[in-house]
Design a protein around this ligand. Structure first.
Ligand code: PMT
Length: 403
């Protein structure tokens, strides 16, 4: 879990969206983070400190001068403890106070004292949000290095539809994960990641596809974004996965031909390609224009070979680092090594998709990294996020050596 051993201060100010802080705290803990909450006095009108104490598993700081069991100078202790400091929701009042240098309660003094990345998630009525004073305050705060999580558009508690909704807790936690795990090992690099499966139509209703959920590829795209890269995520069919946060440009494709066009159009300008997608090797020669009707006992469809996208990239390789995957069910290392060589790759991630806890759909994988000099790294079963982090680490090493 990426947030394991990470300390998150979740600060809550007084708006109706304060109730969502409970879900944010809960999700943070499920993803492995330690969470300590700060609330403004106004926030305690919307959600009780007891709720956040029970969910976070830690005392909640509200008052500057109350009985404090754990800390000497509590706002400083919290400020130092944080790996990430997030204010969700951040009201117009709190944004204004921070922008104006006012530190008159636990939240504003702690945020003033922290050296951790600070994420601000504004949530308020649309007119308040669009008010030039609030907009100026946000500009000022981003210029100082505070990071804004843009509010969503939608139905607001005041009864109108507009901008100002606190994003869903999962999105807020994704932003926190990005801030907590960020590095710059791929800063300035453009990375193409392919993910998911391709679909080849048989008629307007049916297609040939595969079991890829996109999880492995999306984890790689997330890890690359966390490493500071500009990511071109070419996504085939997935289990409705959300685009990872960060500098990620997503291109949705369906067939192998569409995927090839998207990858080829960015190839010359990229530094690294990681092809985690499960690509259909064959397509129907003549997909039917209308739905194929049930008639005979058997049905034969002529299939023709699809272009091998990765092979093509290997042929045209100049400065790029190419990393492929191999999904095998037998002779995993032998077939993987053959693909590494044939496709002119710098590294190959071989996975036995028939093994328990590996391959398609689940949240874990078991992989072996293969290299052109015949060396290999056999890895234990691990989360796809963790494996993606290792792939990006190795990719950064390969890029550094290529210079
Ligand atoms: O998405 P998940 O549910 O998380 O599952 C992850 C995964 C099992 C799909 C992933 O870990 C994986 O193994 N991806 C590669 C699947 C695959 O197509 O393997 P392959 O051995 O058939 O192809 C070898 C490589 O060539 C792959 O990098 C593939 O993207 C590429 N290829 C294959 C065929 C083709 N026509 N063009 C290609 O570029």
């Amino acid at each position: 879990m990426l947030l394991e051993k990470k300390n998150v201060v979740l600060a809550v100010s007084g708006g109706i969206a304060a109730f969502k802080a409970a879900s944010v705290a809960s999700m943070l803990r499920k993803r492995g983070a330690s969470v300590k909450c700060i609330m403004t006095e106004h926030a305690t009108q919307f959600i009780t400190p007891l709720t956040l104490r029970e969910i976070s598993g830690n005392p909640v700081a509200v008052s500057m001068f109350g009985d404090i069991p754990e800390f000497q100078v509590e706002h400083i202790a919290l400020a130092n403890w944080a790996d990430v400091f997030v204010i969700a929701p951040a009201t117009a009042n709190v944004l204004g106070k921070i922008a104006g240098g006012i530190a008159d309660d636990m939240l504003t003094t702690a945020v003033m004292a922290t050296k951790a990345p600070v994420l601000l998630a504004p949530a308020m009525n649309s007119n308040m949000y669009l008010n030039p004073i609030v907009q100026d305050n946000m500009k000022k705060l981003t210029a100082y290095g505070y990071e804004l999580i843009e509010p969503d558009k939608g139905h607001l508690a005041c009864g109108i539809n507009g901008i100002g909704r606190l994003p869903e807790p999962e999105d807020i936690v994704d932003y926190i994960e990005l801030a907590a795990c960020r590095s710059d090992v791929l800063k300035g690099k453009r990375v193409i990641v392919t993910a998911g499966g391709t679909r080849e139509p048989l008629d307007p209703v049916r297609f040939i596809g595969n079991r890829s959920s996109g999880r492995m590829g999306f984890a790689v795209a997330k890890a690359a974004a966390m490493a500071g890269a500009e990511v071109i995520l070419v996504a085939g069919t997935t289990d409705h996965l959300k685009t990872p946060k960060g500098d990620v440009h997503r291109i949705d494709v369906e067939s192998t031909k569409n995927m090839k066009e998207a990858v080829d159009s960015y190839y010359d300008s990229c530094d690294l390609v990681i092809k985690a997608a499960a690509v259909a090797d064959y397509r129907a020669v003549h997909p039917a224009e209308n739905k194929i009707k049930k008639s005979d006992e058997t049905l034969a469809i002529d299939m023709t070979k699809n272009p091998d996208i990765l092979y093509g990239l290997g042929q045209r390789k100049k400065h790029q680092i190419l990393i492929g995957f191999a999904a095998e069910t037998t002779h995993v290392l032998e077939y993987g090594a053959a693909k590494l060589k044939k496709k002119n790759l710098d590294m190959l991630v071989a996975n036995d998709v028939s093994a328990e806890g590996a391959g398609f759909q689940g949240s874990t994988n078991i992989a072996t990294f293969l290299y052109p000099d015949g060396s290999m790294e056999k890895l234990e079963k691990m989360g796809k996020d963790e494996l993606a982090g290792l792939i990006i680490e190795r990719a950064a090493g390969l890029l550094a050596r290529r210079k």
